[in-house]
Ligand binder design. Structure first.
Ligand code: GRF
Length: 210
């Protein structure tokens, strides 16, 4: 009788998060890990903002939480972030509302293994200055019927790396930037989790970690 080959369980992703503010995307991913829907481990959460609720969410979940900024590392916060991610065994970096540009040390340590989520259908409404309510205001101003969210790889240019996944959200007649932002944020939570699930399952293939 033919033997069934043993099933090889994929290694859990080892995630390192960078977040500047609320961290609701971080929380959505942590919830997916906690409930066994995502084969991953959260190794560390880093913020440039010492009072970011994202750091509090990390501490509550028992994940190392670090404040690293120009204030803590005036001589080289980029290198400090790269070192912290590596020391904590991260193999995939997840930007979750991180408001700083990623520097060459982090880009060099994690080539094509840094993800970002943007609250619009890139390449539309991306680039410098396109964050938060500015994005949703511009979408409404342009009279768009739909918007959405995009998960993409991070490179040295804002919002220009390869697109991995998108989801669409209808613009409603009475939307304000705030109501649109709230609906897109819900869609972001589902999209980020689903994209990470596909990476964890090998359905989306990234470059091998360094
Ligand atoms: C999200 O809209 C994300 O697309 C953008 O920043 C926001 C972060 O929200 N990059 P949160 O901190 O995850 O709640």
């Amino acid at each position: 009788m033919a033997k069934t080959p043993p099933t090889v369980q994929p290694e859990p992703l080892k995630l390192g998060f960078l977040a500047s503010h609320g961290g609701s995307n971080l929380q959505a991913v942590l919830d997916a890990i906690g409930s066994g829907r995502l084969n991953a481990a959260a190794q560390i959460v880093i913020s440039n903002n010492s009072t970011a609720p994202a750091l509090e969410r990390a501490r509550k979940a028992g994940i190392p939480a670090l404040h690293l900024s120009e204030a803590t590392h005036p001589q080289g916060v980029d290198r400090a972030i790269a070192a912290a991610l590596q020391t904590h065994g991260v193999n995939l970096v997840v930007l979750a509302g991180y408001m700083k540009k990623i520097g060459p040390a982090v880009l060099g340590a994690f080539p094509d293994r840094i993800l970002n989520i943007h609250p619009a259908l890139l390449p539309k409404y991306g680039g410098q200055g396109m964050f938060g309510l500015h994005v949703h205001g511009a979408v409404l101003q342009a009279g768009e019927q739909e918007t959405g969210a995009t998960v993409h790889l991070v490179n040295h240019e804002y919002d220009r790396g390869a697109i991995l996944a998108q989801t669409r959200v209808a613009v409603l007649p009475n939307d304000t930037p705030e109501t649109l932002q709230a609906r897109v944020l819900q869609a972001e939570h589902r999209l980020y989790t689903a994209t990470l699930q596909k990476i964890a399952a090998g359905e989306i293939r990234l470059k091998a970690p360094r």
